[in-house]
Ligand binder design. Structure first.
Ligand code: NFE
Ligand code: MG
Length: 567
């Protein structure tokens, strides 16, 4: 007999996501992903000055705080066909990369690791054996017996008081938890260390961006940072040297802790390299521009059809018509006025029309984006597969290292194909993070080398024509492809549409009733205990949902923190 499980809201994500699954024979047969809030930022922008859009759109989200600012200025600059000073590109690139590294570390340890790590089991661990194992895998100084003993005592202290503190309400002891106690202890220690390390990424963003969350230094035409090689200006060499120190510390953690933990956990859950496959049509975009016109990039991106890397079609610039012409959004299953079929974002409409949750009708505030009429998966997995297909050597090296370690722990050969999965999304995120932290160091070098040549320019003034112009700002954000589409008429915004990573992944069914990526990837997920749907959360969390981004909003209703309904 089939059971309906509603998880509303899903926690340890950003925003208000409801997920419904129909469970039969111990696995998910059908799923619905529903965005439960709406804000209308796109509507707020109409009639405003395009130079202000970045500051407003950035408030879409407090998690990916920088990404909407970047996509927005890129959209307006694209409409004006502007060239951006190299220094501005390097500073933006460093902000983008530091933010991504922060986002990925926090997502793995603080938002999703506890789906795989049983905190209470760590109390059975032997700190000496845990240290021997961890030290055999990396040279990270936080892997000592003394450190693991301290963490175990601290944990025993929590549990002894009857309060698990930040670890309350997990599915501890669930039959789907498989890590041995020593590995659980290592992971809990790294969870706590990651809380400390992630600050370094935010310090970089706040020094370069003037504050975080929500940077203040971007402008249509460049950045507002004053550069100088003497000590009088805002971004001095002294401050840049401090930034370099934090980059080095992040690099150490990402390569010696994060990448290794993900691979070890993957090795203990090899069955999860075959669960959560779903949509294997992927799109990512090139990012980290190396010139002022967004035509050369450090990190490639493109389209992969049906999971086949040989089908890779590179998206070569931010003006690439292949990307620009392929995107459309349907509202057939979304709470908006519609009836016109899928619309290209320049023609997009955002007119809310709430009805109830209807399984076969409208059931989400998210629109349903498609690329050449097909739903896509976006995110670190599509990004890594595109970079592998484009023969980006650092990506190939880190992916090989991670998969080899998964194979060693699982005692079976695990190849690239394992990445099309729930655990694969985590592995790809760690691989992407290692690539990004290296690229962050390289952008630092490029900025200093350019300053040393005597170029201190950071801004070109935008000029708005009387005529109508349109532009797209593309950014490979932490959760995947982000695009802002702006139509400007006589210097004022006439239409503004954001097509956001979580909108792609958490989309409801599209015009052809084909499910979105969460929905498709949930099908086949095993569920041992329907009212403790840990496995469903594993697959949903592997995408790193951000609903504020996806529907751009505010929930005016009070909702319970966790509601799991098994019927
Ligand atoms: Ni609010 Fe975001 C990212 C964007 S995802 S987290 O990455 O854009 O929808
Ligand atoms: Mg939108």
């Amino acid at each position: 007999m089939s059971q309906r499980v509603t998880i509303d809201p899903v926690t340890r994500i950003e925003g208000h996501l409801r997920v419904d699954v129909e469970v039969d024979g111990g696995e998910v047969k059908k799923a619905w992903a529903s965005g439960q809030m709406w804000r209308g930022v796109e509507t707020i922008l109409v009639g405003r000055d395009p130079r202000d859009a970045w500051a407003i759109t950035q408030r879409i989200c407090g998690v990916c705080t920088t990404v909407h600012a970047i996509a927005s200025v890129r959209a307006v600059e694209n409409a004006l066909q502007m060239e951006i000073p190299l220094n501005a590109q390097y500073i933006r690139n460093m902000i983008i990369l530091a933010h991504a590294v922060h986002d990925h570390i926090v997502h793995f340890y603080h938002l999703s690791a506890l789906d795989w790590v049983d905190v209470t089991s760590a109390l059975q661990a032997d700190p000496g054996k845990a240290a021997a194992l961890a030290e055999s895998l990396s040279s990270w100084p936080g892997n000592s017996k003394a450190e693991f003993t301290r963490v175990k005592e601290r944990l025993a202290g929590f549990v002894g008081t009857g309060q698990l503190g930040i670890f309350t309400n997990g599915y501890w002891g669930h039959p789907a938890m498989k890590l041995p106690p020593d590995v659980n202890l290592i992971a809990v220690a790294h969870y706590l260390q990651a809380l400390d390390v992630q600050r370094h990424a935010n310090k970089i963003v706040s020094i370069l961006g003037a504050k975080t969350p929500h940077i203040q230094n971007v402008a249509v035409g460049g950045v507002a940072n004053a550069l100088s090689i003497d000590s009088q200006s805002v971004l001095t060499v002294e401050r840049l040297l401090a930034v370099k120190g934090w980059i080095d510390q992040l690099s150490d953690f990402v390569k010696n802790v994060y990448l290794i933990d993900v691979a070890v956990i993957g090795g203990f859950y090899p069955e999860w390299t075959a669960i959560g496959r779903g949509i294997v049509d992927y799109v990512s975009v090139p990012d980290i521009p190396l010139d002022g016109k967004n035509t050369r990039f450090a990190l490639p991106g493109g389209h992969i059809a049906a999971g086949d890397l040989s089908s890779f079609k590179e998206i070569s610039s931010h003006d690439d018509a292949y990307f620009r012409e392929g995107v459309a959004e349907s509202v057939k299953h979304s709470w908006y006025e519609g009836g016109k079929g899928p619309l290209h974002p320049y023609k997009g409409e955002t007119r809310p029309q709430y009805t109830d949750f209807d399984d076969d009708g409208k059931y989400s505030w998210l629109k349903s984006p498609t690329f050449y009429d097909k739903p896509m998966q976006v995110g670190p997995l599509p990004r890594v597969l595109a970079m592998v297909a484009a023969r980006h050597q650092p990506t190939i090296a880190y992916a090989t290292q991670a998969l080899d370690l998964v194979s060693t722990v699982a005692k079976t050969k695990v190849g690239l194909d394992a990445l099309h999965s729930t655990i694969g999304r985590h592995a790809a995120r760690a691989v992407a993070c290692a690539v990004q932290v290296d690229e962050l160091a390289r952008q630092w070098d490029l900025l200093l080398a350019n300053m040393a040549k005597g170029d201190l320019t950071t801004f070109n003034k935008p000029l708005f024509p009387k005529d109508e112009v349109a532009g797209v700002g593309i950014h490979e954000a932490p959760r995947g492809v982000l695009s802002h589409w702006v139509v400007i008429d006589d210097g004022k915004i006439r239409n503004y549409q954001c097509v956001v990573p979580t909108t792609w992944n958490a989309a409801p069914r599209n015009e052809a009733d084909a499910p979105g990526a969460y929905e498709a990837c949930l099908a086949g997920t095993p569920v041992a205990i329907p009212d403790q749907p840990l496995e469903v959360l594993r697959t949903v969390h592997s995408f790193d949902p951000c609903l504020a981004c996806a529907v751009h909003v505010v929930d005016t209703e009070q909702r319970p923190l966790v509601k799991v309904k098994a019927a």
